[in-house]
Each structure stands twice: as C-alpha cells, then as structure tokens.
Design a binder for this molecule. Structure first.
Ligand SMILES: *[C@@H]1O[C@H](CO)[C@@H](O)[C@H](O)[C@H]1NC(C)=O
Ligand SMILES: *[C@@H]1O[C@H](CO)[C@@H](O)[C@H](O)[C@H]1NC(C)=O
Ligand SMILES: *[C@@H]1O[C@H](CO)[C@@H](O)[C@H](O)[C@H]1NC(C)=O
Ligand SMILES: *[C@@H]1O[C@H](CO)[C@@H](O)[C@H](O)[C@H]1NC(C)=O
Ligand SMILES: *[C@@H]1O[C@H](CO)[C@@H](O)[C@H](O)[C@H]1NC(C)=O
Ligand SMILES: *[C@@H]1O[C@H](CO)[C@@H](O)[C@H](O)[C@H]1NC(C)=O
Ligand SMILES: *[C@@H]1O[C@H](CO)[C@@H](O)[C@H](O)[C@H]1NC(C)=O
Ligand SMILES: [Cu+2]
Length: 276
C-alpha cells in the first residue's frame, strides 16, 4: 500500500480546461488532531504538523519504496482495452450541499494510457462549496458508502503531499491526482464534463498503476468528501462501443481486494486534519 498523507486541498497548476479557475491557497495552519488521512508512522510525541499552501509538511522519514519528490512514473503503454467506470451513487456521502451530484468517470485502456471521460451533473453551488477537487483514492469505497475510508490519493510513486502537482510534469504528480494533472479543480456551475488520456494509470490488473477497483472521490473546497464511487469493470463504454479485448468481466472488487490485502500489512496511522 502506498500510503501518503491525506490531503484534499492540492492547489493546481496549468489550466487546460477553460472552466477552471485558480483558487487561492489556504493559509498555513497547524493540524493537531488525528482524524483521517494516512501517514507511514505517527511521530512520538505528536506535536501536530504544519501545512503550507494546503500541503502537509511531513516531518517523517519516507516510506520504503519512496522515490522522492522528483520520482517519476513510467508511461503506461499497450494497455488492455478494458473499461472501468465509477458511477456515482444516488445518495451523496455529504448530503448537506443542496444537490446530488450524479454521473460517472470512465477509463478505457489504450496503447498510450487510459482515456478518461468525466461526466458530472448537479454540482453544488460554486460560490458556497466550490471549486471541487477530484481524485482517484488509494482504497475502494466500502459497502456502506463511506468516502472517508478511501483514505489518501492513489500515489504509487509515493510522491506524497509536500509539493503540489505541476500539470506540466504529470509524471511527477500523484497518479491519482486527476484534478492536478487535468485542468484543476472544477469551477463550473451545474454540470461538468471532460476527457483526456492519462499516461500514468493502467487497466492492467497487477500493475502498480492499476486503478480498477479503486475509488473516485469528489471534494468540496474545504476538502470534505461529497461523493465517491468505485471503478468497476464494465462490458462496454458509455457510448455503447464494446471495447475489444475486455474478455470476461471480473468480479467487482477483484483489483481492490489485492490492494486491501497489501494495505493491511502496511503500517498506516490516521493523521491530522479535522478537515476530513
Ligand atoms: C497545536 O499544537 C501546538 C504544539 O503543542 C500548539 O502550539 C498549537 O497552539 C496547537 N494548535 C491548535 C490549533 O490547537
Ligand atoms: C526536484 O524538482 C525540483 C522542482 O522541479 C527542483 O527544483 C529540484 O532541483 C529537483 N531536485 C533534483 C534532485 O532533481
Ligand atoms: C446536466 O446533466 C443532466 C444529466 O445528464 C442533464 O439532464 C441536464 O440537462 C444537464 N444540464 C445542462 C444545463 O446541460
Ligand atoms: C468511515 O471511515 C473512516 C476512516 O476509515 C472511519 O474512521 C469512520 O469510522 C468510518 N465511518 C463509518 C460510519 O463507517
Ligand atoms: C457483462 O457481460 C456478462 C456476460 O454477458 C454479464 O453477465 C455481465 O452482467 C455484464 N456486466 C456488466 C457490468 O454489464
Ligand atoms: C465511442 O467511444 C470510443 C472510446 O471512447 C471511441 O473510440 C469511439 O469513437 C466512440 N464512438 C462514437 C460513435 O462516439
Ligand atoms: C465543509 O463543507 C461541508 C459542506 O458545507 C460541511 O458539511 C462540512 O462541515 C465542512 N467541513 C468543515 C471542516 O468545515
Ligand atoms: Cu481526493
């Protein structure tokens, strides 16, 4: 399991999507509570952690497998043309925002990475709750729909949260930081859609970059998790095209089960951030 410090407030770099506007970084704060988020170990004594521009300044040694902030993900090529779709549930994890966000995020393997389509409707009021961050997280949503249990951003290169993603260097970002790499937080009112090819995720089960079975999470601007859903394999793309080479559909959470198994052996400790 690639635990990193949980953080939903990643600011973003370059905007490829015109609807996206840059939000000011949050002021530095000291987080003293242990609530949600994961870290490899908790310092003793725990005196809190500082944040800078929404990123937790991690005073801990890196985890095994850490490749450094400059570690890069290899491009994922010649992927199985399987389709994985996260369909948002009919009731939201946080239902206090006046709307229900519906829609899906779908990824299909291509020779040059995963082609994603994002279709969201019913976004909450931007002025009060936006802009909205969106990521793939480390663990699946459990059956009770608890988005908090998805823990941190999917981060197979163990980049961590110290430095925000530079969209111009996507290979250095957390693999699951879709917003950071693909247009930033969603700042459109109502509906949002986008599509892109993501070279640093995979439809190959067993790959460190495999996102099947993992979760898509949508956050309000204060990092609260609004809604979430797991990527399950489907037989056809949203436009009805049968992807070639999909083969038999695997049981719904096969990929996730492997990741949960691996994660269970890792020492993860809830850290900081009453935010989550
Ligand atoms: C967090 O802990 C530090 C060190 O004990 C303390 O100085 C600071 O006031 C605390 N902050 C809050 C918000 O409680
Ligand atoms: C790591 O990346 C940062 C930001 O791009 C750069 O300033 C720094 O020199 C790099 N460090 C190494 C060791 O490459
Ligand atoms: C938003 O998406 C919903 C669901 O797809 C659709 O019914 C509605 O017409 C869309 N609204 C606009 C303004 O496009
Ligand atoms: C949701 O998940 C979080 C993190 O695992 C946990 O602390 C919390 O108790 C869970 N809540 C429910 C209702 O299961
Ligand atoms: C995929 O196709 C198989 C066999 O036709 C069917 O049993 C299964 O329900 C389908 N799964 C989905 C998600 O459509
Ligand atoms: C359907 O989607 C697939 C994969 O996203 C794409 O290759 C194909 O061109 C689309 N077909 C139509 C008719 O839109
Ligand atoms: C964040 O915003 C949501 C939606 O308004 C709210 O339910 C939640 O309590 C807020 N969390 C914090 C820590 O302010
Ligand atoms: Cu997230």
């Amino acid at each position: 399991m690639h635990a990193s410090i949980l953080l939903g407030l990643l600011p973003f770099a370059a905007a490829q999507v015109t609807q996206v506007v840059e939000a000011p970084p949050p002021a530095p704060v000291r987080l003293n509570t242990t609530k949600s988020g994961v870290a490899p170990t908790l310092p003793t004594p725990f005196n809190g952690v500082d944040t800078l521009q929404g990123a937790i300044m991690m005073p801990l040694p890196p985890q095994p497998g850490y490749v450094g902030l400059n570690g890069t993900a290899p491009a994922q090529t010649n992927l199985p043309a399987a389709t994985y779709r996260a369909t948002l549930p009919s009731s939201m994890f946080n239902n206090l925002v006046g709307t229900t966000v519906r829609g899906y995020v779908e990824g299909i393997g291509t020779p040059a990475g995963v082609r994603f389509t994002v279709q969201l409707s019913g976004l909450p009021e931007q002025a009060r709750y936006g802009p909205f961050n969106w990521h793939i997280h480390t663990l699946p949503v459990p059956a009770n729909g608890n988005c908090t249990a998805t823990t941190s951003h999917f981060d197979p290169t163990n980049r961590g949260e110290l430095i925000m993603c530079e969209a111009a260097r996507p290979e250095t970002c957390q693999a699951g930081d879709l917003a950071g790499k693909h247009g930033g937080k969603i700042a459109t009112p109502g509906n949002f859609s986008t599509s892109f090819v993501e070279p640093y995720l995979s439809t190959q089960p067993g790959s460190a970059y495999f996102f099947g079975g993992l979760s898509f999470v949508l956050h309000a601007t204060n990092t609260t998790r609004l809604t979430c859903a797991n990527f399950v394999q489907v037989n056809s793309t949203s436009n009805g095209t049968s992807p070639s080479g999909t083969g038999p559909v695997v049981p719904v959470f096969t990929g996730a089960a492997e990741k949960i198994g691996a994660g269970a052996g890792a020492l993860v400790v809830a850290l900081a951030a009453a935010l989550f």
